[in-house]
Write a protein that binds this ligand. Sequence first.
Ligand code: GDP
Ligand code: IMO
Ligand code: MG
Length: 440
Amino acid sequence: MPGLVIIGAQWGDEGKGKITDLLAEGADVVVRFQGGNNAGHTIVRNGETWKLHLMPSGILHPNKLCVIGNGVVIDPKVLTDELDELRRRGVDTGALRISANAHLIMPYHMLLDHAGEMRLGKLEIGTTRRGIGPCYADKAARLGIRVQDLLDEKILKKKIVAALEPKRLGLRDFAKDPQLDLQTMTEEYLTYGHRIKQYITDTSKLVCDHLDRGEMVLFEGAQGTLLDIDHGTYPFVTSSNPIAGSACIGAGVGPKDIDEIWGITKAYSTRVGAGPFPTELDGPMAADLRERGHEYGTTTGRERRVGWLDLVALRYAARINSLTALALTKLDVLSGQERLLVATAYRGPEDAEFDHFPYHQTVLHHASGIYQELPGWEEDISACRSEDELPQAARDYLRFIEEFVKVPIALIGVGPGRDEVIWTKAGAATHAGSTAALAG
Ligand code: GDP
Ligand code: IMO
Ligand code: MG
């Protein structure tokens, strides 16, 4: 099982960081392949919490090769701050590698992100304002500045001038902002280049070499399927492709190098930012679920919107990503609910029913869930470590999901800690791989 992709099967924040850290035990390399520091991946180990934004979630494993692939957009200030913080907490970051081809988030990208949201007003996307959209826009416009450009002052300056030229109008309000001074910006970015120089390499070749040796590579996605710029709820999406197909592009490997694709889903749904959310809850029920699940953004601290599990969207994610397994997190958060609802279809405009994820924006904006009601359970399940220990109603909930989505559940999360998981029979082979790696 040399190539395993981990992606978010919902709107992000499904627990990708925790699952990546866990599976990293049996892996040789962990690669981030898209997104940037809009991501916030949490790992809880021995009571200590780690919030990673750019660093692959394998970084806490000593000597595990961690790669920031070409598909990631890097804010070098955030990267160097994250490196400093990890070192301060005693983490060895020597096994980090950064693609020379990854694009850089520049000060003007953040200003443009902010200005774009202000301009949209009520129609805002609710971005993380980290400059992600404008950076990917420059990449597509072939005006991007890449990691390799940090190593040559003349090239860097020339590229900044070329990138700024068509943005003059959009940046008019910031004309006097010292961050935009050419010399200041060039010097600041050259300093970053100097600091990360030791990590920069041809990461595509590096990852392929490891795959050729039969080693296990984890491809860690950020965001989630429904935030995908092509397949998500456009325009309320991020500006990259968080789906599994993007792992090849963002890491520089071929489709045949991917053997397994794990979709991470919560036992319910959340979304940060604006856009359609057919199973959204409001009122006391939403407040209760938000509190129990601590549903506040890792990156921006914003309240996450919460809702019932959306099986229409999850089945869509299974198709778009060719999921081979699901990891279902936060099952513990549902304890104490008398009944649980899961959406098995949508009701759209004019009472039309949809059993597949609608492609049309107008339909999606008016869609609400048609629910199947399932019995809940009272017990605290956080100490359960095998499926047999779970209450019957919890097992029935899991079976219903598996049968509806037609993808086996390999791993169940029953708490934030890395050991608070249940490996199912479907996940046994991967678990054996991780345990063997631990022992060996
Ligand atoms: P990511 O962006 O997909 O890595 O997810 P985040 O880290 O943004 O959000 C997931 C949150 O849920 C984090 O605070 C995790 O510590 C927490 N978490 C992950 N798995 C579980 C679980 O099984 N149970 C509970 N209660 N919390 C979990
Ligand atoms: P992880 O990897 C949840 C959302 C933002 C906004 C939209 C566009 O932690 O799951 P952007 O800044 O990307 O242009 O914002 O995407 N968003 C996320 N939501 N988890 C994330 O990452 C997200 N990254 C971006 O809230 O709605
Ligand atoms: Mg997150």
